[in-house]
Design a protein around this ligand. Structure first.
Ligand SMILES: [Mg+2]
Length: 438
């Protein structure tokens, strides 16, 4: 993986000031009509939202704005084609970027943090990670480091993070090994016999859950299946024997590859594929992202609390959060760039965009449709759909431009047949200057 941004976080990234080109619109505050950063779980026009948490934070938000300001259609820019009355026609409520009037983490009790591409990249810490993690307690938001990697124990993960000067304790880490053990415990109960195909960390998680590791595949009521570079044909064969005999098959994840200095190499999903090919079916339980168990167990650490997922992979971190009904922050320190974000399908679109994890400590302007059906404003920028092309104009913070571009591009793709792949570069002098730095 390569870091795809051209600089550090918003706080550190020099906010490009790009000369105004075609903009003649007066930009109003993107947050003027709503104070809500709360989860949008209702559809009424005037709504009071209250979360289960009644302590510390103000968890009640009132908005007088229509839930779905996105227009019913986006076909050209002629004012005559604009409807006089907007109706809520969002294809999916998860596809809309939200705003946060103050530091984003303040609106959440729990932040689920992906590791690689978010907190560190391979073995190098993301520059803003240490300061962001240090700031979270002051924002009354608890971190949970969630990882699909089942080969390291929570203690080992926390130690590695501390070695990068990132504050972390073992009880703030949730590995897919722990989730596998939990899933098996739910199925076969305490004391159940488990064939462990995987690392010592996976075996330790099984023992910790009150299960009994066994070597005989025919005695196993379940298989805990996780990645280890030492996996042998014998281990795959024993897994096959156990599952064919009726054992419950729980696997850490289905990740096709692992990131390594030599590039992506066969991961857990490749090993699952070997056994699944022999059996003719896949596992009974998948612990890791984007599957739901890891989200469920992570959020159970703060019952009733509001949670946000922070990740760099739209198809894993963000897609899983969307399926869990959880808000999400997509950061550009891992596998995707803002330009790629323009093309995300509805199920992979985040709630917020950020250059890095530091976006948790920053406010987020909300892209604002105002009364238009074909243009959107964010910060000092305006993105407009004109003759099937998106045109960007204005000036201001670069991330606000990407917010406007993503929001309009997603809406246009959903409702006006706009194909970001066929015209991936928004037109307009401002956009060209912006993209030149992407
Ligand atoms: Mg990642």
């Amino acid at each position: 993986m390569t870091r795809t941004t051209t600089g550090p976080a918003t706080t550190a990234k020099p906010a490009k000031r790009i000369a105004t080109t075609t903009s003649t619109m007066t930009t109003t505050s993107a947050m003027k009509t709503t104070t809500s950063t709360a989860k949008t779980s209702t559809t009424s026009n005037t709504t009071t939202r209250t979360t289960a948490s009644t302590t510390k934070k103000t968890k009640t938000r009132t908005t007088t704005r229509a839930m779905s300001p996105r227009p019913p259609a986006l076909r050209g820019s002629s004012p005559s084609r604009r409807p006089t009355r907007r109706t809520p026609t969002l294809r999916s409520p998860m596809t809309r970027l939200k705003g946060a009037p103050e530091a984003l983490a303040r609106a959440y009790d729990l932040a689920l943090l992906d590791l690689d591409g978010v907190v560190y990249l391979l073995h190098e810490p993301i520059p803003e990670a240490a300061a962001t993690l240090a700031a979270l307690p002051g924002l009354e938001c608890d971190p949970v480091f969630v990882t699909n990697n089942a080969s390291r124990s929570p203690e080992t993960v926390a130690e590695a993070l501390r070695g990068m000067d990132i504050p972390a304790e073992a009880d703030q880490v949730l590995t897919s090994a722990q989730v596998v053990a939990s899933g098996i415990l739910d199925r076969i109960g305490k004391g159940g016999k488990v064939l462990v195909t995987g690392s010592e960390a996976l075996r330790a998680a099984v023992v910790e859950a009150g299960l009994e590791p066994v070597d005989d595949p025919k005695a196993a009521g379940a298989v805990a299946f996780g990645y280890t570079p030492q996996t042998t044909w014998r281990a795959l064969a024993d897994t096959t024997i156990a599952v064919r005999g009726g054992a419950y098959w729980a696997t850490a994840n289905l990740d096709a590859t692992l990131p390594t200095p030599d590039g992506p190499l066969p991961g857990m999903g490749a090993l699952v594929g070997a056994v699944a090919t022999a059996l003719g079916h896949g596992p009974d339980f998948v612990a890791g992202k984007p599957e739901q168990p890891i989200y469920r167990i992570a959020t159970a650490r703060k019952p009733g609390g509001r949670a946000i997922m922070v990740g760099d992979r739209p198809d894993s971190d963000i897609a899983g959060a969307n399926r869990a009904g959880m808000d999400s922050l997509l950061v550009f320190t891992g596998v995707v760039s803002p330009r790629l974000a323009l093309r995300l399908p509805p199920e992979e679109r985040p709630t917020y965009l950020g250059w890095s994890l530091a976006a948790l400590t920053e406010p987020h302007p909300e892209p604002d449709w105002n009364d238009a059906v074909d243009r959107i404003e964010c910060g000092g920028w305006t993105a407009a759909l004109t003759d099937g092309q998106i045109v960007l104009s204005g000036q201001g913070d670069e991330l606000d431009a990407w917010r406007a571009l993503c929001e309009l591009s997603w809406a246009a793709a959903d409702m006006a047949g706009y194909d970001p792949a066929s015209s991936p570069v928004p037109l307009g002098e401002a956009a060209e200057k912006l993209l030149a730095g992407d």
